[in-house]
Design a protein around this ligand. Structure first.
Ligand code: SF4
Length: 153
């Protein structure tokens, strides 16, 4: 069975900073139909627990900082995401969620003038996407094709 990592909040776990989730149950049907095991991951809950303060990304010179309660926690966050990706080296994809400093594919960064890939996408060896791109049959099909291409590498 293929293994695809997914932001735990998308699968319905209450791990968002506020203690809520962003459940999207249809993704489970797609996974079942395509012999995919969805593996929930949440780097922020691993590091800081839930609920927790929000993280804001900010550009300072060449560096991106992730500010939480006045402290830069971005190095820790990046390391945790990389650990997760290494831990699941046999996975073939990751499904994240928009605007998260850990799991978003195109996240706003203050003072940068452009978005950036959060570490769960930037460091992943396999195809990644956001759940918003998987709300149509075309989006699901496209991601599946990318996974198949990765598997046949
Ligand atoms: S870190 Fe990722 S999985 Fe965890 S709550 Fe934020 S978006 Fe969801």
């Amino acid at each position: 069975m293929r293994k695809v990592l997914i932001s735990a909040c998308v699968i319905g776990k209450n791990v968002r900073w506020s203690g809520g989730n962003k459940r999207y149950d249809k993704i489970k049907d797609w996974a079942d139909e395509n012999d995919i095991k969805l593996v929930p991951v949440c780097p922020e809950n691993d590091l800081f627990g839930t609920p927790r303060a929000k993280i804001r990304l900010r550009q300072e010179g060449e560096e991106v900082k992730g500010i939480m309660k006045g402290k830069d926690i971005f190095p820790q966050l990046r390391d945790r995401c990389e650990q997760i990706l290494l831990q699941y080296a046999d996975a073939v994809g990751f499904i994240g969620i928009a605007r998260s400093p850990s799991c978003g594919i195109s996240v706003g960064v203050k003072n940068r003038g452009s978005t950036m890939k959060a570490p769960m996408h930037a460091s992943a060896p396999f195809p990644t996407t956001e759940v918003n791109s998987l709300r149509t049959p075309q989006g699901l099909e496209l991601f599946l094709r990318r996974i198949e291409k990765y598997e046949s590498r």
